[in-house]
Each structure stands twice: as C-alpha cells, then as structure tokens.
Design a protein around this ligand. Structure first.
Ligand SMILES: [Cu+2]
Length: 641
C-alpha cells in the first residue's frame, strides 16, 4: 500500500499483504482510516471506533473531497457516519493520494484538500495465472475477528481480481478497562476489478464495490446504525492513442447508491424512538486527457459532470401512543448538478519548476419534493429558483532545486466551494458534539479560501527531511450561529443556523524526518501543529500538536517495529461548540512479523500491540469526549499462493 502526500513525496508502505519487499514502517492494525492518519496533516474525527472522518489541516466535510478511484461519493447520513473512506478496506487499497489546495491538479475540486483512494487492480499477464491470498486477524481488545481473501486471474487479454473482507468487533475497552457501550461493529466488503484489452493500446475496466455494515454502534451519538450499505460501480475506458495534442486519455462513467438507516432500538432511556433512513445516489462522467508534451513541459486537461440526489427522513414516535408519529424531511430530496473543467500545466525549466492549475465549476441545486419545499417556504425562503454557484479555482506552485540535495517550494491558491446539502437544506439536524439542532440556509453564498504554503526538502542518500508551513484564510466562512428557534430534538441546547460569518484563519506546520541508519535499521519522525480561529473565538475540533517517532529493524525473515505517539494538551478549544480541554497523551506501539514459506505458499505471521501501557486517553477530535481504546493485541496470519 502506498500512501502519498503529493507535496512531501512521502510514501509509506504499511501493508505486507503481497509485496515482497514491504517493510512495515509503523505499527497499526486494520482500519483504513487509522492508516491514513499516518500521512502528514491528516487527523480523524471519531464518533466511535468505526468509519472515522478524515480531517486534513483542520478541514473536513464539504471543505475536502474524498474520492474512490476518482469517483465522487456523497454520504447518505445526515450525521456523517458514512464517510467515503468507509467503502475501501485496507487490504484492498493500492494507494492513497492527498493534495492540499495549493497542490491539487485539475481533476479534483476539493476546496482545502483532495484525497483519492485507489483500490487494487487486476493485471494482465502473458502467463495465465491464478493467485490466492487469505488473511485472518484477531484483536484482543474488541475480541474482533477480521477475515479477508483475494483471488486474481491474469491472462493476456483479460484479468480479474476479487477481494472480500468481513469483520466483527464487540465493544472496545478504554485504558481503565471500562467497556465503551455501543462501540461494536460488523461489516463485509466485496470488491471486483476487471480489465479487458480491446487492442494493444486500448483498455476497458470495471470497478464494483459492495459494502454492507450492520450493527454499528456510535457511542458519541444518541443513535446507532442498523444498515449502512454502499454499491459503487464505474466503467473506465483508457486509451494510449492520442486525442488532439494529448498522448493518452481516460473516460469514466460511474454510479453509486448509498443507503443508511439509523437505529435507537438498542438504546435504553430513549425519550422518543425515531426512524432515520437516508439515501444518496450519485452519477458521474469524467474525462481526463494527459501528456500534452512540448519541450519538457506537460499539460493535462479534465472535465466532469455529476449529479447527486439525497433524501433523509425522520419519523418520531411519541411514547404515549396517543399522538400520531411526526414526520420530517431532514434532507428534502435535494438534487445537485455539477459541471467542471480545468487544466493543469507542469512547466520544467531545469532547476525551476512551475505548476499552474485553473479550474472552473458550475453547481446548481434544488429541492425536488413538495413537502420539502413547503417546509422551507414556511421558514420564509423563496424556493422557486435553483441555487447556483460559479466556482473558480486557481493555484500556482513554484519549486526550485537549489542543488541535488535541497529543494524549496512556494505555492499559492484561491478557490471557492458551494455549501453542502446539509448547509443549504438540512432541517433540524442534531449535532451530538455541541448538542444543537442545525438548520440549513438556502441563501448561503459560496465560501472562499486563499491559501499559501512554503516548503523545504532535504534529501541525501540515507537522510530525508521535509518541512511545510501553511496559512489558509477563509472568506464567507460557513458556520452555525445561534437562533431563537425551539429545538426539535429532545434535550437539545437550542437551534443553530448556517451563516456566512466572515473570515476564519488556519495556520500550522508539518515536519518529517527519516534516516536509514544501517541496511537493517530505519528511524522516522514527524511533528505537526495547527491553529484555527475566527476573530471572535477558537474554532472547534482542531487537533493539538502531535508527534511520532518510529524505529524499524529487520533481520532475516523477521521485521520489528516500534512507534511512540504523542499528542500535546489542547488549550485552544471552543466549549460553546462542544469542545473541552484535552490533556496530553503518550502511547507506545510494538510489532513483529515473521515471513516463511510452506511449499509454494508465502506466509506471514504478525503480532502487534497498540497502546502497550494501556494508557487512558482521549483524542481531542473524538466527539462527546469518549475515551479511546486501551491496550490492543492483534495476532494475524497471511498466506498467499
Ligand atoms: Cu447516521
């Protein structure tokens, strides 16, 4: 697996599933999100132990974009229990690419960052061959069982790969041995990739992912999930014949259907039972042309159209049995259309390099259901017209090699984003972190971001140092402010509505160092810091200063890894928005792998211990102050034929 931050050219190989020379550089167990957290600048918002939400430099939700194989996926849960990372399992991830607003190329338009998760692909091969891999893992803390397999068939013209994963975890225990109720989960994930060679230079491939999570507890929220289901598919046509000045191109057609059903029937002391299903369907068509080359310069071009439909319902059942159930559309059949095109140029002047990226998007959204429209007309909005946004993005990235060892980078960007469906049309969406019901605002303007970053990279033989400092300033920042409305959710603190509140500022830095001590030893370290605030107050859910240090040693068929993780206390928090002071913590992880062969079967046994000292701690980005997992021992075996 390849995790890459475009700016830092950072590559972490952390999965020893198939690759012969993979070295486990850090100690982690299965969840994909936890592995992605290793990329610099990435943190996770957690509402439990399942499907945590990616945060990049303090930004999440509508401010960053997370695609799977280049496809857009919009969540179906109004509480963001189903981020798009939840549809890729770690043993099926080929690579994760991350680019900041300054580094993004024309194929994506996340305002403050773009992730693209690529799943493993079948490969064509001259020899007709079958490959099979099996893996089994046991987690002590949750008495979890994690099973997976892949089966791959490669031929000269046609190849396919099937990947399957199941896991089941019981409630986890924190560092004091207390059971965290409602933190269990169960899921299966299936992924099929096929590729067919139409001619020596033309290929067609199919991607299918089916993911079904059931019985997922969210300890930070008043409700759990009974079903979270995703069906994601795409067909890609790739040609290495030129189109105009471009040497090769790719055309992709995709569709996904996400369903989500929340459930409070397992909870005790529920004041009023609720049914809360949600639907999200997205279709898209994208076109990317690559490699228009002249001298040492290169230009690529991207265009896409997409359409998303979302609906979420809430039915409340009063306990007394006398009143009829109450029905609301929390996402009132919102239909979003988007059209975007952009061009990126990579200009190479020897020691100087320049990347220029320009993209323009048009987005239009409206409510297609009468009940939903009437809800908003009742709130005083004019709902006859669609909401339209014209969204420019431009970035300029300059890098200069001072000599072979030193590289200096400077970049600036400006972009705008349209408000999300929740920010426009969300109707009394309860936020369990600050305890407020949130109302959308169909009159929101686009949010702007101007950002700048500066970096310095030193690499020489065994030593590699990276550093980045960044500053980002939002204008027309979209943020929830108190209103006089009465809350709909029982026990809520009040109602907030989204407004364009003016500016918000984020700044910080990321440092990384790695050193290959001897052939067998490798040390790595990172340090990251961020501050985020409005002129009036600190912003909520901003990670504290974090550092880690890892040391790896390999000896024959053995690999050993150790990791120290540190998070400083967080003094900058906003208690009006659900934050609280978070003390610092320090964790130790250890792991060992042994590789061996039985006949032709390559096998690997692994033992990992996370949070060795069984420390009791809390991550600042965990909702409702839920403590994190205590010591966890995972034991795994993998076998490949
Ligand atoms: Cu949900």
């Amino acid at each position: 697996m390849d995790l890459r931050h475009n700016n830092l050219d950072e590559v972490l190989i952390i999965d020893t599933w198939e690759s012969k020379d993979a070295l486990k550089t850090k100690v982690e167990f299965q969840p994909l999100e936890v592995q992605l957290k290793q990329i610099q600048g990435v943190s996770l918002v957690s509402r439990g132990s399942f499907a945590q939400e990616l945060v990049f430099r303090g930004q999440r939700d509508g401010r960053i974009q997370v695609r799977v194989n280049g496809m857009r996926i919009y969540n179906a849960c109004t509480d963001r229990m189903d981020p798009s990372t939840s549809y890729v399992v770690s043993n099926n991830l080929q690579s994760a690419e991350l680019s900041s607003s300054c580094e993004s190329a024309c194929a994506a338009n996340g305002l403050a960052g773009n992730f693209n998760l690529k799943t493993k692909e079948a490969c064509l091969s001259k020899t007709d061959s079958f490959k099979l891999g099996l893996a089994q893992q046991y987690l002590s803390n949750t008495r979890g069982l994690n099973s997976s397999f892949y089966l791959e068939n490669s031929r000269e013209k046609f190849a396919w790969r099937l990947n399957g994963t199941w896991f089941k975890n019981e409630n986890y225990r924190d560092g004091k041995g207390q059971e965290i109720l409602y933190s269990q989960n169960k899921k299966q994930n299936w992924s099929l990739n096929t590729i067919y060679r139409l001619s020596p230079k033309r290929f067609i491939s199919l991607d299918l992912i089916y993911d079904l999570a059931t019985d997922v507890g969210y300890p930070s929220l008043p409700m759990d999930v009974s079903i979270a289901r995703g069906l994601i598919g795409g067909i890609t046509y790739r040609s290495y014949h030129a189109i105009g000045p471009f040497k090769d191109y790719e055309l992709k057609l995709y569709h996904n259907d996400i369903y989500h059903e929340m459930d409070d029937s397992q909870r005790e002391d529920v004041f009023m039972h609720m049914d809360m299903p949600g639907w999200s369907r997205t279709s898209g068509l994208s076109f990317n042309a690559f490699n228009w080359e002249f001298r040492r310069h290169k230009i690529e071009w991207a265009g896409e159209y997409f359409s998303n439909y979302r609906r979420a319902e809430m039915t409340m059942f009063p306990d007394n049995g006398l009143e009829p159930p109450m029905f609301m559309l929390t996402w009132p059949d919102a239909r979003l259309h988007g059209l975007g095109t952009g061009v990126s140029g990579h200009f190479n002047f020897g020691l100087h390099q320049l990347m220029l990226n320009i993209r323009f998007d048009y987005e239009s959204s409206s409510i297609t259901d009468k009940i939903g429209r009437d809800q908003w007309i009742g709130m005083g909005y004019n709902m006859t017209d669609a909401r339209t946004y014209h969204l420019p993005q431009v970035s300029l990235n300059y890098s200069r090699f001072l000599n072979e060892k030193h590289q200096f980078k400077l970049a600036m960007s400006y972009g705008e984003r349209a408000p999300t469906s929740s920010e426009l049309y969300g109707f009394y969406l309860f936020n369990a972190h600050d305890g407020f019901d949130y109302l959308g605002n169909a009159n929101l303007k686009a949010e702007g971001l101007i950002s700048s970053e500066m970096g310095y990279v030193y690499s020489h033989q065994k030593m590699n140092l990276t550093s980045t400092a960044f500053i980002q300033q939002f204008s027309d920042y979209i943020f929830g402010l108190n209103t006089n409305f009465d809350a709909m959710t029982y026990g809520a603190n009040g109602v907030r509505a989204y407004e364009n509140v003016g500016i918000a500022t984020f700044y910080g830095f990321e440092l990384g160092a790695s050193y290959q001590i001897l052939n067998a030893w490798k040390a790595q370290s990172t340090l990251e810091y961020i501050r985020g605030f409005r002129p009036q107050s600190d912003l909520p859910l901003i990670p504290p200063l974090q550092a880690d240090f890892s040391l790896n040693y390999s000896y024959g068929q053995w690999n050993f890894a150790s990791q120290l993780r540190y998070a400083a206390e967080q003094n900058h928090f906003n208690s009006d928005y659900g934050d609280r002071y978070t003390p610092s913590y320090f964790l130790i992880d250890l792991a060992a792998n042994y590789r061996f062969k039985i006949d032709k079967a390559k096998s690997l046994v692994s033992l990992a211990i996370n949070n060795l000292a069984d420390s009791y701690y809390r991550d600042h980005l965990s909702w409702a102050g839920i403590p994190a997992m205590g010591r966890n021992i995972s034991l795994g075996i993998k076998c490949g034929l």
